[in-house]
Design a protein around this ligand. Structure first.
Ligand code: PHE
Length: 377
């Protein structure tokens, strides 16, 4: 009898022990880095990006993780600065040992971080960097957005077809890969589509007085003024241009996407139009769910940065699921084979790890932003 009791107790003990170890196995985790400019020249970009990514990662964890694997995300602020960005990539990879990185936002910062991710064999998905050179860094570098050759084409097409412009000028930040690259695409596209570039002006990063450039632009009186810059610069330029009597239609790019644009520009930006990736007015069901969830969690409507970060997070989670592990190489291979519906369209990578996606044109009117039209590739 005593022997039997010992046997039963031993059996129970062994069962409990194996259950406990089993449970330990189930709480495996995968570490994901998030990098965004949460402070600095384009802080609204960083906040929206962080929000979009954690909205998705939190939801995955709340529903039990990725096939039982929990996500541990670590957020780094690159302050919109390439050197800070490089530090953030190194820290996440060397110290935190992340399997994959969601980020970063600006092309110029990605161009500093991507070579680090590539050389250390950790894949990254930039939600928003549109400069083509970013993914050309190597086969571990992906993005969730269209690229600037398309964005510049769309801007030129809108200027010609819808505005009816015959002449255009551009003013851009010479120290920013994104603004310079996009301005150059526009300079090539606008004449190709039948228009004439009458001015092509640049300024140094950090400039706040654009008088010298605007005087030259005013002298040639263009129908359209293309401003492919982040919201701070574009807002200031719009204001100073109207103050000196420039009447051109303002045309912008995704870098305009910030609630701060109208705060800086005031009425000057009224009627301005810009190319973007996403509108909360989208009627795609996945996008509507995202808008609803984002508003519920953060108390405001999402912009394109929130949407693309959410989308990058979706792509990353799907790749980890397909890889079935936290191994960076396996995740990279799964990323390359991505084929999924997201909030702004179908993501399938071409040979340079760029998705092919449509754009929207938005208009600033009385301090608000409205959807005008869509342009597909
Ligand atoms: N496309 C910009 C870049 O490459 C970043 C950006 C995307 C900003 C979308 C705003 C909205 O630097």
């Amino acid at each position: 009898m005593r022997f039997l009791t010992i046997l039963i107790v031993a059996f129970i003990a062994i069962t409990l022990l194996s259950l406990a170890t089993c449970k330990k196995k189930e709480t495996k985790e995968v570490k994901i880095g998030i990098i965004a400019p949460i402070t600095g020249e384009a802080a609204t970009f960083g906040i929206s990006t962080k929000n979009g990514a954690i909205l998705y990662f939190d939801a995955v964890n709340e529903s039990g993780g990725i096939d039982g694997m929990m996500i541990k995300y670590i957020v780094e602020d690159d302050r919109g600065d390439p050197a800070e960005g490089a530090n953030a990539y190194s820290k996440l990879i060397d110290q935190d040992k992340v399997s994959v990185i969601c980020g970063t936002v600006m092309s110029k910062v990605c161009l500093a971080g991507a070579p680090i991710a590539q050389s250390k064999g950790v894949p990254m998905v930039s939600p928003t960097s549109t400069n083509p050179a970013v993914t050309l860094v190597g086969d571990y570098i992906f993005r969730a957005c269209f690229i600037d050759p398309f964005q510049g084409f769309v801007a030129a097409k809108y200027a010609i077809d819808t505005v009816g412009a015959k002449t255009a000028a551009a003013l851009y930040d010479a120290g920013n890969d994104y603004t310079r690259g996009l301005a150059e695409v526009f300079r090539a596209e606008f004449p190709k589509q039948g228009g004439e570039m009458v001015a092509f002006e640049s300024y140094a990063t950090g400039t706040t007085d654009f008088n010298a450039q605007l005087v030259k632009i005013k002298a040639v009186n263009p129908d359209v003024l293309f401003l492919p810059n982040y919201y701070n610069d574009s807002g200031l330029i719009a204001k100073q241009a109207r103050e000196m009597g420039i009447t051109a239609q303002f045309l912008g790019s995704d870098g305009w996407d910030s609630p701060d644009l109208v705060k800086i520009a005031g009425d000057s930006i009224n009627g301005g139009v810009f190319v973007n990736h996403f509108t909360p007015e989208s009627d795609v069901p996945a996008a509507q769910k995202f808008v609803k969830d984002y508003e519920a969690k953060f108390g405001q409507k999402p912009d394109a940065l929130g949407a693309l970060a959410y989308e990058a997070a979706m792509i990353i989670v799907e790749a980890i699921k397909v890889a079935g592990s936290a191994d960076p190489k396996a995740i990279r291979d799964a990323l390359a084979a991505t084929n999924m519906e997201t909030t702004t369209g179908t993501i399938k990578y071409d040979e340079n790890r760029n998705p092919v996606k449509g754009a929207v044109i938005l208009e600033v009117k009385d301090g608000k932003v409205y959807y005008k039209t869509s342009v597909n590739p």
